[in-house]
Design a protein around this ligand. Structure first.
Ligand code: MUC
Ligand code: MG
Length: 407
């Protein structure tokens, strides 16, 4: 759609020009291996963007992938390349406060690459909010939630270890919603694993599963009822990203005690529209990276709200920068929420901000303070910077189920 020239005045600049952008990859080990249907990670490699404005304000953005390009098409290396060679030159010198215009400028030079675009948009929003000395949520519609219940993912791959971890989280009142990563083993073994954990927790926590696209439609039809009997209430992306028919069939047949959540299948607002039209799920997992930024996250959430679909505050296991940015936008969203999972910083061996977001009584307190409400410690960025001397290689342990290969 084109806008009539009289509707906007492109010369009415806010004076907050983008002066400089710098991007780098960090390599931060995780506290334990984190296992998915498609492999296992023992470190996260987020791309961190730093963006300076003409008035001196500086903002941070982040794009985290999981297992290089294993979760979707983008990798830390492709993100860094897209930012350095296409996105940064496209927005340099431009008005940072015109977020929609920045997205248009990035879209004009680069198709797709939503993770990369989200990191640049995120840094612009943080910088502008800091320059105006307001929390980012003030630029995104204002705050509706002060806190959200916070889920934790049990993904060691071992039932006994997962039970021990869940008990510790319950004891310190950090989490009582557990997402189990399944799909790497035979489905019957997964059912046994989930049932063991459910029996041990004995109704003290709610249980969800993320299959990360591992099943076909028939496998989902066969094993989802067993998992519901075991106590699972939310089924995240059981089938392949493209398999919306199977997702819709499952959604139509689930009893009212359980919900289907789309994750990899819902990226753009157009995906959201199609899923809504086809009644293919009950909940969208929202993630700023896969939607292409905070503004587009709000667009996907608007479709959810209009279609009576719930939302879940998803994560790509970001550091405190991406997690706080996610928290800022989630705090503004109307509609029915199904909690959040912004636990990325806790899965990493160290945090890169001064004071992490607070976790209190099973909830994540959504941050106040200028920008995203967190202060980055530059020395921590240096410590984990991939480009620093002696650490140039990627060490991502990927592979099917038990086998791991390193690059
Ligand atoms: C995913 O697919 O949801 C989110 C939490 C977690 O443990 O993995 C991610 C990715
Ligand atoms: Mg998922």
């Amino acid at each position: 759609m084109t806008t009539s020239p009289s509707a906007v005045n492109p010369s009415a600049a806010t004076g907050l020009r983008i002066e400089r952008i710098q991007a780098r990859i960090l390599d931060i080990p995780t506290i334990r291996p984190h296992k998915f249907s498609f492999g296992s990670i023992s470190r996260q490699s987020p791309v961190i963007v730093q963006l300076w404005l003409s008035d001196g304000a500086c903002g941070f953005g982040e794009a985290a992938t999981i297992g290089g390009p294993s979760w979707n098409e983008e990798s830390p290396e492709s993100i860094l390349h897209a930012i350095n060679h296409y996105l940064a030159p496209a927005v340099q010198g431009k008005d940072a406060a015109r977020f929609e215009q920045l997205i248009k400028q990035m879209d004009a030079v680069c198709k797709g690459n939503r993770f990369a675009k989200s990191a640049v948009e995120m840094a612009a929003i943080d910088a502008v909010a800091r320059s105006l000395n307001v929390p980012a949520y003030q630029l995104l519609g204002g705050k509706l939630h002060n806190s959200l219940p916070l889920a934790w993912t049990l993904a060691s791959g071992d039932s006994a270890k997962d039970i021990e971890e869940a008990e510790r989280m319950l004891e310190v009142r950090r989490h009582r919603i557990f997402k189990l990563k399944i799909g790497a083993r035979a489905p019957a073994d997964d059912v046994a694993h989930v049932s063991r954990i459910a029996r041990a927790l004995d109704g003290r926590a709610s249980m969800t599963v993320d299959i990360n696209q591992a099943w076909d439609g028939n496998t989902a039809r066969r094993y989802v009822p067993d998992l519901i009997d075991a106590g699972v209430t939310l089924f995240e992306q059981p089938v392949a990203q493209w398999n919306e028919e199977a997702l819709a069939a499952l959604t139509a047949t689930l009893p009212h005690t359980a919900l289907v959540m789309a994750d990899e299948t819902v990226c753009s607002p157009q995906d959201a529209m199609r899923l809504a039209k086809n009644k293919a799920c009950h909940v969208f997992s929202l993630k700023i990276a896969k939607h292409g930024g905070l503004i587009r996250t709000r667009a996907v959430a608007a479709v959810a709200n209009a279609a009576d679909i719930g939302w879940y505050g998803g994560t790509m296991l970001e550091t405190s920068i991406g997690s706080a940015a996610s928290a800022q936008v989630f705090s503004t969203l109307p509609g029915t929420h199904h909690n959040c999972e912004l636990f990325g910083p806790q899965l990493l061996v160290d945090d890169i901000v001064e004071t992490p977001m607070q976790l209190r009584d099973f909830e994540l307190v959504l941050p106040d303070g200028p920008g995203f409400g967190v202060t980055v410690v530059p020395e921590r960025l240096e410590r984990f910077d991939r480009a620093r001397e002696g650490l140039t290689a990627v060490h991502v342990d990927m592979g099917r189920a038990t086998a791991t290969t390193s690059n």
